[in-house]
Design a protein around this ligand. Sequence first.
Ligand SMILES: O=C(O)CCC(=O)C(=O)O
Ligand SMILES: [Fe+2]
Length: 335
Amino acid sequence: MSSVLLGDAHGISVVDFKPFLDGSAKQDVAKAILDSFKRIGFVYLVNHGIPPEKSKAMFEWSKRFFALPEEKKLLAPHPPSGTHHRGYSAPGVEKVTQVYDNKELIANARAKAPDVKESFECGWAENVGMPNIWLPEDVLPGFREACMDFYWTCHETELQILRAVTVALGISEDYLVKYHHAHDNQLRLLHYPSVPAKDLEEEKITRIDAHSDFASITLLLQDHVGGLEVEIPGKPGEFMSAPPIDGALIVNAGDFMMRWSNDVIKSTMHRVRAPPNAKVVDGMIPPRYSIPYFCCPEFSEVVKCLPGTFSDENPAKYEPISVQQYILQRLAATY
Ligand SMILES: O=C(O)CCC(=O)C(=O)O
Ligand SMILES: [Fe+2]
């Protein structure tokens, strides 16, 4: 085993990112990430550059935010449409599915088994297309600043991961970074409240249904509770757990990465269920907190297969697609 590959969890590689960041073994790290992305679309990174104390502090802010009374959280309300994806969504409001635009289907899925999760979304401050929606500062002083600080910290790690992926694909290091210079990303705080184990088992409610992520890559921090599941390669509809690993960041490829790479990289379906071996107390599953950071190309860009990923024998599988059109279509289908 090469020194950058530290092990694996159910086939998802655990990779040391430091030798990429310090330049000591860039190719090895890049290849290890790409191998895992090709196999399963997910990779764990340690020494990823997001300081552990910052992650810890962000989880604490998230807990403080979600612990506020409902009427306070609703002072930063998510608009009724999914296309302005900012602010606070109460449990049951957003329903993530792999449906693109059938409103009726989505409404039925929501009514049948709502997602029992609440979330807070924010982006960069001057994004005029999708302005942030904050609480009044005195409701939770410091929250806005903490979110924005974490946003930019994650952005640094995002750029390095994009560089690693392009290096591994054999194209110039900044090729994908250029698509991301507008940092049109989204920081999401998620809280899955404690719920009756029975309701989750009987699928009366869900935490989050199976879906692929829409954009380039997602950086995902999860707490120790677990419950994230990833579709098993070659076995559609069968899932396995992607357990929390101390200090590791989960990175998964989204639909744009799949399209850019002409299907070399997988954009794998994942979901959140009851955690395996959950400590059920009085019939209740413990709460879960997670923090995904969705990395997205600039909205005005068009995503098409990268040079070298297609040929006469292996034609491009995807038509060029507008970033804005695809993202807004998928977002609209969640509210
Ligand atoms: O909570 C999680 O770990 C998963 C969240 C997720 O997949 C998403 O928000 O797209
Ligand atoms: Fe996701």
